[in-house]
Design a protein around this ligand. Structure first.
Ligand SMILES: Nc1ncnc2c1ncn2[C@@H]1O[C@H](COP(=O)(O)OP(=O)(O)OP(=O)(O)O)[C@@H](O)[C@H]1O
Ligand SMILES: [Mg+2]
Length: 503
């Protein structure tokens, strides 16, 4: 019944080795790993539990049997004390005592009894054939009872047929004199059988738990693996260029969030790629126009225009203008991409915007006069400096003012205002003109790259822009933590403003 400690250890080591072998063989799929780990944990805990509770169940069964047998033995020994005494005096036949005991154990058929004489000779026995004289080998419990203080001895051993028996010997005493020894023997098989059945029921329940836990592991693994599988597939599709792929969030909360993050990443990527495509398309289109113009003039010159100095001079001038335009556009594009890549950030220094406003005003004064636009500058005194990059901020002023003068017809007005922002933590630069205004359908787009409100052509004599000026201004202001805005009414002029934070 008892498993040797060494055996148990070896068994457990072997089990661990097998389980880890299984893990190795199972590959690395989440499903098999989760199911196997659930299985392993529950199996090991059930085996450990089985070993400990199994022992306990059998010990408890033994203990109960011993206890019951002892109660019976003491009760019977009391009952036969007087008859034994009388038998010793020859007044009662041993058969009478045998009858008495048989009646006492009528309810416990499987109990055998033997009464030994003080010298170990059996005098009464439940069976026809009396056992041999008690020796330390064949009846150690009898000697234990004689030697013990409480007059009781117990032993468990197999009989000649190999059946396990529990033997309980108690002394029969008259006062302090020992007049005999009563020994009871009971087959242990029935009580062991019922213990074994309890143990089996327990094992069965435990096995059911193992199956349940493994099933739970499987469900859990599926729950986890499915969304991962879906995501992997979606990522694969994206790898092959399908940026429109989205996944349906499912599974546990974390997987939900992962799927949502994947979807928003995909959307972002898609819109970035679309934007990039549009940008490249626009840029090539914009570059192609001046290049074609240059090529046409060059061809005309080669095909004879060169011989007419006046035309040749005009063509060369036009080629120069187109090349200037190209250079400007390429520079703008470079600045824009540098700005959007976060380059040119460098360290910021305190910049006095009033100085910049004055410089830009001086630069445009002559141009405005030539264009017959009345240009005014108004700077609020005592404005604090803002932290930033002077060259970039000058560019904002320049681009806004350039537009105001470029799009305002002769006789119009343009004004530059530099003042504190409405909530006093910004400085606002504002350019207002009395030009044609921008229609509501164009207004939301004017800060986009290459966007031109086609209705608003620059005054004659002014070069046609490439639609990058405002987007550059916006990028710069946003890189400084500020905001840009515009308001306009068709026919009533336009106001652009840029708010730059003070700190
Ligand atoms: N003050 C203004 N009045 C009327 N329309 C304007 C004004 N400023 C800008 N716009 C319109 O907004 C468009 C975009 O302006 P933006 O400065 O970005 O480009 P651009 O002036 O055309 O070219 P670039 O500035 O690159 O030379 C312009 O094409 C024009 O149609
Ligand atoms: Mg412009």
């Amino acid at each position: 019944m008892g498993i040797d400690l060494q055996d148990q250890k070896n068994f457990l080591l072997d089990l661990f080795a097998r389980i880890s072998g299984l893990f190795r063989k199972s590959g690395s799929s989440l499903n098999s790993r989760l199911v196997l780990s659930h299985l392993a944990v529950s199996l090991v805990s059930i085996i450990l539990m089985g070993i400990f509770t199994g022992r306990y169940i059998f010990q408890a069964a033994n203990f109960e049997l011993e206890h019951n047998l002892q109660d019976l033995a003491f009760a019977a020994s009391n009952a036969i004390e007087l008859p034994i005494q009388e038998a010793r005096e020859g007044r009662v036949q041993p058969a009478f005592i045998r009858e008495l005991l048989s009646r006492l154990f009528a309810d416990n058929e499987n109990i055998h009894f033997t009464v030994y004489n003080i010298d170990g000779r059996p005098i009464i026995d439940s069976q026809e054939e009396a056992p041999p004289r008690a020796t330390r080998e064949n009846a150690p419990e009898v000697f234990e009872a004689l030697a013990s203080d409480i007059g009781r001895g117990v032993s468990v051993r197999r009989d000649e047929h190999g059946d396990l028996y529990m033997y309980m010997a108690v002394l029969v005493q008259k006062e302090i004199e020992v007049i005999g020894i009563l020994r009871l023997a009971v087959a242990m098989a029935p009580s062991l059988e019922s213990a074994r059945q309890s143990f089996l029921v327990m094992l069965l329940v435990a096995l059911l738990i193992v199956v349940g836990v493994s099933l739970a592991g499987w469900v859990l693994a599926n729950n986890l693996a499915r969304p991962i599988h879906v995501l992997t597939q979606a990522a694969g599709q994206m790898e092959h260029g399908d940026l429109g792929v989205r996944v349906k969030p499912s599974g546990p909360q974390e997987m939900h969030r992962l799927a949502e993050a994947f979807n928003s990443m995909a959307s972002r990527l898609q819109s970035n790629v679309n934007e990039l495509r549009a940008f490249v398309a626009n840029a090539s289109h914009e570059l192609r126009t001046p290049l074609t113009a240059v090529k046409l003039r060059a061809e005309a010159l080669r095909e004879g225009a060169m011989d007419e100095p006046e035309i040749a001079e005009r063509f060369l001038e036009e080629i120069e203008t187109e090349i200037d335009r190209l250079v400007r556009m390429v520079n703008d594009l470079l600045d824009l991409s540098r700005m959007e890549a976060g380059l040119g950030a460098g360290t910021k220094t305190p910049v006095n915007l009033s100085t910049i406003a004055n410089e830009v005003y001086e630069t445009f004064k002559i141009r405005a006069a030539r264009a017959e636009v009345d240009l005014r500058l108004e700077v609020e005194p005592g404005l604090p400096p803002v932290m930033g990059h002077e060259d970039q901020l000058r560019r904002v002023f320049y681009n806004l003012l350039e537009n105001a003068i470029k799009y305002t017809p002769c006789g119009g007005q343009a004004e530059m205002l530099l003042q504190r922002g409405s909530n006093h933590d910004t400085v606002r630069f504002l350019v207002r003109d009395t030009g044609p205004g921008i229609s509501p359908e164009h207004l939301p787009h004017v800060f986009e790259r290459f966007y031109r409100a086609e209705a608003n052509l620059p005054r004659t004599g002014q070069p046609r822009g490439s639609g990058l000026g405002l987007s550059i201004a916006k990028s710069i202001v946003e890189a400084h933590g500020g905001e840009v805005g515009v308001s306009s009414q068709l026919g009533n002029g336009t106001t652009f403003w840029a708010d730059l934070p003070i700190d």
